[in-house]
Design a protein around this ligand. Sequence first.
Ligand code: NAG
Ligand code: NAG
Ligand code: NAG
Ligand code: NAG
Ligand code: NAG
Length: 344
Amino acid sequence: MENKKLLVFFWLLSSLVLSTGNGFKEVERGKVKLFVFGDSYADTGNSPAPVSISWNKPYGITFPGIPSGRFSDGRVLTDYIASYLGIRSPMPYELKNLNPKSIKYGMNFAYGGTGVFKTQVDLPNMTTQIDFFQQLIDKNVYTRQNLSSSIALVSLAGNDYATYLAKNGSLEGLLALSRSVINQLMINLKRLNGLGFKKIAITGMQPLGCLPRNTASTYYRSCNAEGNDFSLSHNQLLKQNLSTLNNEAADPVCIYLDLYGAFFSALQIEQNPTGNLTNQLKPCCAGVKGEDCGLVDENGQKKYAVCENRKQSFFWDSIHPSDVGWRTVYSALKPSLHSLPLLK
Ligand SMILES: *[C@@H]1O[C@H](CO)[C@@H](O)[C@H](O)[C@H]1NC(C)=O
Ligand SMILES: *[C@@H]1O[C@H](CO)[C@@H](O)[C@H](O)[C@H]1NC(C)=O
Ligand SMILES: *[C@@H]1O[C@H](CO)[C@@H](O)[C@H](O)[C@H]1NC(C)=O
Ligand SMILES: *[C@@H]1O[C@H](CO)[C@@H](O)[C@H](O)[C@H]1NC(C)=O
Ligand SMILES: *[C@@H]1O[C@H](CO)[C@@H](O)[C@H](O)[C@H]1NC(C)=O
């Protein structure tokens, strides 16, 4: 009798421990797969070389040492999330034939420059990225069972908005667009859920007003308040919609990754209310005449300069965090990642 009570007690205890994912089957670290959709904050090599500057030097100079298609001097968000899950960074879809064994870690379908709609780059939008994934399911490369212990990471860093603003866009129009972008994003997330993902981590918008591209005019001294307000309104709408989706499902599906807060704390903006942040907002690699990092002239001469200490620079180029920048963001995101169903 005593033993039975103990057993029941342990059963209850273990079911408590195992129910952190609310019914989601827990998996061991290293046994999970990661599938990635989105843009340059998550791309690890899908965007092709002629289109994408991420294959030019000095991208990849910190990791892996040569350009690898990552929009950073080193690792990006995907790599850090994979390390959290205890797996290797999933293979980019375009490079999957280079190492067929690597499909066991999942796959990365993210293409730099893309959005949920058509953007300035002619590369697969998020819908098409999910189509690629679905084709692999149809071919039984991945089964439903494989996916039940898999995690999706979805990155949306604002290329739909950049595209709109590049073409004569007004702020009012931008707010209207954000509703369509988020509606389309929700359609995509529901589709991923329907395809078998029980956990989807989705990025909130980073403070767009703090990207070097938008602070260059202040000599990288202060963030643009309108840009940041826009990020906040995007995030508010996104969070509302995510909680609706989570409440509809028996178990919460979506995990919101607060990139806004993570970037802000990394940039230590709150400790710097004067707004003159000097080099924290400055990109490590920038064109000497305002061009992009990584460009050379017709004689092969660099048109850019790289900072002396990459480890002290949050931003790598005018849009993307550096290796150390992403590591700092990842540290700030870790508490939200704890809701991913992993046995430690
Ligand atoms: C999917 O799951 C099956 C059965 O558990 C396993 O044999 C197979 O290796 C898995 N596929 C991948 C790509 O991991
Ligand atoms: C995504 O791209 C495909 C192919 O170009 C296009 O048919 C589809 O309408 C696009 N989806 C959205 C939501 O824009
Ligand atoms: C471009 O901007 C002008 C002035 O704000 C506006 O009148 C016009 O409708 C805009 N055109 C497009 C295509 O958005
Ligand atoms: C998202 O939120 C808006 C505003 O609350 C609402 O109108 C819209 O229907 C929601 N969309 C989804 C897909 O939940
Ligand atoms: C910020 O700007 C003020 C006024 O120009 C200056 O006195 C101060 O040293 C600056 N702070 C930093 C950290 O650059």
